[in-house]
Design a protein around this ligand. Structure first.
Ligand SMILES: Nc1ncnc2c1ncn2[C@@H]1O[C@H](COP(=O)(O)OP(=O)(O)OP(=O)(O)O)[C@@H](O)[C@H]1O
Ligand SMILES: [Mg+2]
Length: 222
């Protein structure tokens, strides 16, 4: 089976992330200073939150990134047990390499229960010397205030049509696709600022027909 294009073309460094320059600029500064606070990434789907968290870890830790990044999807493990168990266990072990800290990435942190978030706030403080939390969520209002106030908050925006189109063109060149100009507009319109949706749409259309027109797009995506 063919690889999923959203994974194949996920940027592996911060410079390749499109349309979120104020955010990537600040993240690059953390890399330069080799120091960062806890971070909260908030914003709509498919705008680069997970991508930025992974790219940040890769740039900070280089080859050791997999050792020093622990990824947890909070929507699978939403309760207090995960804070008391896995999170604590990872937080208390020392980081590898020269950096004095490692990163726990809590994807979809808005799925954590209130009790889990309350417990997390203690853990964040207790292990703050060796551990930074990066949390991502769609709605920051679902994260309790004491956690928000412990984090630098980054608000991801829906991507502009021109950025979506530019990225689609980049993928189209790599995949040697034959696409109508109007088909780009259809994909961009359907995506509504969500680059994951745009790339998935492109892959579905390409699977349906070698010549991609707006009709092919609408039929493939519908
Ligand atoms: N700003 C971006 N620059 C480049 N590619 C992007 C960007 N945003 C999204 N993508 C593409 O879309 C895919 C999904 O992006 P990502 O996982 O970062 O979304 P997310 O913001 O974490 O969404 P969700 O809220 O659904 O978790 C990536 O693998 C990449 O292909
Ligand atoms: Mg994500």
């Amino acid at each position: 089976m063919e690889e999923i294009w959203t994974e194949k073309y996920r940027p592996s460094n911060l410079s390749e992330v499109v349309g979120q320059t104020p955010i990537t600029g600040r993240l690059k500064n953390y890399v330069k200073e080799r120091s960062m606070p806890h971070l909260l990434f908030a914003g709509p789907a498919g705008t680069g939150k997970t991508t930025c968290a992974l790219a940040l870890a890769k740039e900070l830790f280089g080859e050791l990134w997999k050792h020093n990044l622990h990824e947890l999807n909070a929507s699978d493990e939403r309760g207090i047990d995960v804070v008391r168990g896995k999170i604590k266990e990872f937080a208390r072990t020392a980081p590898l390499g020269e950096d004095g800290f490692k990163i726990i990435f809590l994807d979809e942190a808005d799925a954590l229960t209130g009790a889990a978030q309350a417990a997390l706030r203690r853990t964040m403080e207790k292990y703050s010397r060796t551990c930074r939390f990066v949390m991502s969520c769609n709605f920051s209002s679902k994260i309790i205030d004491p956690i928000q106030s412990r984090c630098a908050v980054f608000r991801f925006r829906p991507l502009k049509a021109e950025d979506v189109e530019r990225y689609l063109k980049f993928v189209a060149v790599k995949e040697e696709l034959n696409i109508d100009k109007e088909a780009y507009e259809s994909l961009t319109y359907l995506a509504q600022g969500d680059l994951r949706r745009a790339i998935n749409g492109l892959q579905m259309a390409a699977a349906a027909n070698v010549d991609i027109t707006p009709d092919v797009v609408y039929q493939a995506v519908a």
